[in-house]
Write a protein that binds this ligand. Structure first.
Ligand code: C5P
Length: 236
């Protein structure tokens, strides 16, 4: 199982992204492109960042009827990204269709991950608005199992749920976790946070880190601190 730090490129424009990435001279961090940047700049931003040598997690969280998701995934597979995702709530049929669409003619494909429950959704909201009476843990576990049954590679979840996802789906089912903060940094709008080191101990394979790196006065130093804490490397 690979482990890495993925920087969330939550910037409004390509110009902002490039001036951020230009600061990295010695390393090529794995990056996440989300809806804001993708909708603002289109697929070209993906091609440009890929051409600079970065691995890319395209975080578009697809959720639609199986046929539409399959067609959309076919288009995304041509972008040569390394990881894409969808909502497990779209059903096992939708996830299977997504996998089919994503697989290129030569059999290769990006990793496909399922969002189990958004970390912004509370148990109360699930019960009252979505009429899901099961607990958060049971729901996350069940959705992760569905994703595994559909043949997906892993799940996006809170670092607090990584262990239960691993327990339910096995060590080869990848866990990608946002909500990461250094012990001495602000939590911003994130409620339930974990340090890189604790996330690793708790079963996270990839951590998604945004503001602790992008808003840092020295983003390269903050990234290197993450690498050290999460991967335990002493290279820097
Ligand atoms: O700045 P911060 O480290 O909080 O950024 C976390 C990134 O992970 C953001 O891009 C956010 O949208 C994303 N994310 C999250 N919680 C989820 C899913 C995605 O924070 N449940």
């Amino acid at each position: 199982m690979n482990h890495d730090i993925i920087i969330a490129l939550d910037f409004p424009s390509a110009a902002d992204v490039y001036s951020f990435l230009d600061q990295f001279r010695e390393e090529k961090p794995y990056v996440k492109i989300g809806m804001e940047l993708f909708y603002a700049e289109g697929p070209e931003i993906v091609r440009q960042i890929k051409a600079r040598g970065h691995k890319i997690f395209l975080d578009l969280k697809l959720h639609d009827i199986p046929n539409t998701v399959k067609s959309a995934m076919r288009v995304l597979s041509r972008l040569d990204v390394d990881m894409v995702n969808l909502h497990a709530a779209g059903t096992v049929d939708m996830m299977r269709a997504a996998l089919e669409g994503l697989t290129r003619e030569d059999g290769t494909r990006p990793l496909l991950l399922a969002v189990t429950q958004l970390t912004s959704t509370s148990e109360e909201r699930m019960r009252e608005e979505l009429l899901i009476s099961a607990s958060m843990s049971d729901t996350v576990r069940h959705y992760a199992r569905n994703a595994k049954m559909a043949g997906l590679d892993g799940g996006v979840c809170s670092p607090l749920e990584a262990a239960l996802v691993k327990e339910a789906c096995g060590p080869d089912f990848a866990t990608v976790t946002p909500g990461i903060r250094f012990a001495d940094s602000a939590s911003d709008d994130q409620r339930r946070v974990m340090t890189p080191a604790r996330a690793r101990q708790s079963g996270s394979d990839y951590i998604v880190v945004g503001r602790p790196i992008t808003r840092s006065q020295d983003p390269v130093a903050a990234y290197r601190r993450c690498v050290k804490e999460f991967l335990g490397e002493t290279a820097f």
